[in-house]
Design a protein around this ligand. Sequence first.
Ligand code: HEC
Length: 102
Amino acid sequence: MRKALTGTLAVLMSVSLSAGEVTKGEALFLKLCWGCHHQTAEAFGPSFASIAGKRSDSQIQGQIVRPDLLYKELGYTRNAMPPFALTGEELQDITAYIKSFK
Ligand code: HEC
């Protein structure tokens, strides 16, 4: 009984942690990305829903930090996205937000 309860608590805690990342990621998205990306519709850049379905965390984070190094690997012929100097924590948050559209 006690073991089951501890397990439930651990699950609840991890759910609320990633929910926190998603919320912080949304704030970053609205501040930095929204002009070019929308959640589910294609804009100047691809939608977060389409990115979530086909990219790994490291591809997403690489593109944010160094699009000049990643755009070819991701299949683009132009590099139209500016680089963003985000902290490790901000990268986690924005990735969690993008992945929430999977
Ligand atoms: C000035 C417009 C612009 C802004 C601002 C911008 N992007 Fe982009 N992004 C693009 C474009 C355009 C592409 C497609 C590649 C290209 O043409 O350079 C892209 C591609 C991407 C990709 C790779 C897409 C794929 O196929 O997997 C990711 C991930 C991404 N952007 C995330 C972000 C995030 C996160 C932010 C905010 C921190 C952001 N972008 C801000 C324009 C932008």
